[in-house]
Design a protein around this ligand. Sequence first.
Ligand SMILES: C[S@@+](CC[C@H](N)C(=O)[O-])C[C@H]1O[C@@H](n2cnc3c(N)ncnc32)[C@H](O)[C@@H]1O
Length: 189
Amino acid sequence: MNIFDYIAPYYDRVFHRVQQKQKDTLLREVAITPGIKVLDIGGGTGKLACQFVKEGAEVTMVDKSQGMLNTAKGRCEMDWVEALAENLPFAAESFDLVVSVDALHHFQQREEALMEMVRVLKRNGSIAILDLERQYWFTRLICLGERLIGEKSVFYNAVELEEIFREQGLEVQVIRPSRLEFLVIARKS
Ligand SMILES: C[S@@+](CC[C@H](N)C(=O)[O-])C[C@H]1O[C@@H](n2cnc3c(N)ncnc32)[C@H](O)[C@@H]1O
């Protein structure tokens, strides 16, 4: 059991407002067209994934927590897979859009996870990562809190992600939905 297995039954109640804001940001910045194949990595209780389903996408959600996945399962018609972001059980170039919201900093091998995102992304597809900027005191506080409950959280800055994706030949756009957050969108040509 990991910490997310324990908090899964309460997660949506506690984070409802944050999730709503993140969902609005993603829907505003990322084009969802009917039939598009979306992968949500660290999708948690599946709220965002189900919003994509409503918009007509074919969604697969990956999470390492069985507790979080169990909450997601009853929510809408999608595929869910218990797996690690660092080792995705999908063929190369399987998805048009790969999203990860508030999850990257939880992954233990973040660079491997980023490379996996690039690998499973189709040509002309996009990766969208939403998370907190590392340098702010609020993020440091969150990081400390998460470490106290056993997570090995490490946050990125948008510029670091930008560099990593550019090195892989992707085009990168950085959006700042708020002062604390970044949304990095990386496109594969
Ligand atoms: C803070 S929650 C965010 C959930 C969801 N994206 C949201 O915004 O509501 C982080 C999620 O990442 C998942 N996670 C953490 N490490 C993971 C890994 N290595 N591979 C896959 N999922 C992971 C956790 O189980 C948890 O569901």
